[in-house]
Write a protein that binds this ligand. Structure first.
Ligand code: SAJ
Length: 420
């Protein structure tokens, strides 16, 4: 049952913190990634992603000789797969990275090993992964053929950590452990207990896969309700922030916050996995996705009307109007711009607007390529002086600290209620 060497495949936002957590408990950890830059950076004791407190843990683990990054898998007692599962075409899950990871570890598997899939995956993915492994290693037995007597144990155990709080949530959160057999679950739980303070809650692989998709869909549906309320309130001339605050005084009501849309690589993606497998049944899940994905276009229309009013009121030409967008990240106080509705809105404004589009993003020093030629990066104070129209897109702490007397503009689109 003991795990002397643990291998983590995929050293991104989930894999690297997980590898570091095992290594901090003095286990020998082999991290595997196809990205040479990531491998070299980690082997120097540094990190290639932004996550509070991760740098310190990785540095200590590498210096202690417990964590090593490599390109090609090596033998280990347990393998955790944490590679991306994006979607393709019509929101179908793309399992190509999981398949590549399974194929890459198959040659080094030996009797008694444990393989865990952590990547967010459609229902049935763990069984599929076990089939890929079995096809590559006919000399070993797997749970789908041999049940409890299998040479290799296989389980699904989704990551559930919040970006920005990964190092805390990785240790403290409960883990859902879905083994292909009870023994697989038992071994996977024993592995996580090396660093986990939360509980391991055991189920089967299919339920664990659905559990992860359900958690993120639950949040998406609830955010969609808040976003829909913001449209209704705008139409009814009611302050949505006040409305939600009041409704949430009810003991059984807890409405989330509206915004410019839903971003990140989890909540805006995972519900589509449910829709792809259950197109007739998942009506609410699909509609929530559509409501949240539609919000940036609604914000753009609001900006267009504000600029039209500004033109009439000031007599300026469109080319003379400056629009300042506050925030580009997908949520507050991070630098992650992936799948960010704030970035999408700023891009759409810059494409449409004849005048200057300014962006304020205190967490980045350089604009991403898509904006570089169309948008000027500036700071909060300058934008508040220069701009005619203000668009609040992300409730970063720095923006929440702006005092009302600094905001003189008449045309404000505030998607986060910061200037309410
Ligand atoms: N958002 C709102 N209103 C809210 C809350 C969030 O508009 O009231 C927006 C955010 O601004 C952001 C998006 O939703 O654009 C997602 O942000 P988030 O903080 O809700 O979630 P993520 O994507 O950072 O992390 C989620 C988490 N899932 C849940 O809370 C159910 C995390 O625990 C998962 O591990 C992670 O997805 C993942 O990797 O799947």
């Amino acid at each position: 049952m003991s795990f002397e060497t643990i291998s983590v495949i995929g050293l991104g936002y989930i894999g690297l913190p997980t590898a570091a957590a095992f290594a901090s408990r003095k286990k020998k950890v082999i991290g595997v990634d196809v990205n040479q830059h990531a491998v070299d950076t980690i082997n120097r004791g540094a990190i290639h992603i932004v996550e509070p407190d991760l740098d310190k843990v990785v540095k200590e683990a590498v210096e202690a000789g417990c964590l090593q990054a490599v390109i090609k898998p090596q033998p280990a007692d347990a393998f955790l797969i944490a590679v991306p599962t994006p979607f393709k075409g019509d929101h179908e899950p793309d399992m190509v990275y999981v398949q590549a990871a399974a194929k890459s570890i198959a040659p080094v598997l030996k009797k008694g090993d444990l393989v865990i899939l952590e990547s967010t995956s459609p229902v049935g993915a763990t069984e599929q992964m076990a089939e890929w492994l079995a096809a590559a290693r006919p000399d070993l037995t797997f749970p789908q053929q041999a049940g409890e007597a299998a040479d290799i144990n296989v389980a699904y155990c989704p990551e559930r950590v919040l970006p920005g709080k990964v190092m805390v949530e990785l240790i403290q959160n409960d883990r859902v452990v879905g083994g292909m057999t009870p023994r697989c679950s038992e071994r996977a739980s024993a592995l996580y207990k090396i660093f986990l303070k939360g509980e391991c809650v055991i189920t089967n692989a299919r339920t664990a896969e659905m559990c992860k998709l359900t958690e993120n869909s639950f949040r998406d549906v609830n955010i969609a309700f808040a976003n829909e309320l913001s449209l209704i309130c705008d139409h009814q001339n009611i302050n949505v922030w006040e409305l939600i605050r009041l409704a949430n005084r009810h003991p059984r009501v807890n409405i989330l916050q509206p915004g410019p849309g839903v971003g990140g690589h989890c909540i805006a993606v995972d519900p589509w996995f449910i829709v792809a497998q259950n197109p007739k049944e998942a009506r609410l899940v699909r509609t929530a996705r559509e409501v949240n994905d539609g919000k940036p276009y609604w914000v753009l229309d609001k900006v267009k009307s504000a600029v039209a009013d500004c033109l009439t009121a000031t007599g300026k030409r469109a080319a003379e109007i400056k629009i300042a967008c506050f925030g580009l990240a997908f949520k507050p106080d991070i630098d992650d711009l992936r799948e960010s509705p704030a970035l999408e809105i700023t891009h759409m404004i810059a494409d449409w607007h004849a005048g200057t589009t300014l962006a304020v993003e205190p967490n980045v020093h350089q604009l991403p390529k898509v904006l570089a030629e169309k948008v000027a990066l500036t700071d909060t104070a300058q934008a508040l002086v220069d701009a005619d129209v203000l668009v609040m897109l992300v409730d970063h702490s720095q923006f929440k600290a702006i005092s009302p007397d600094q905001v003189k503009q008449e045309w404000i689109i505030d998607t986060k209620g910061v200037w309410r």
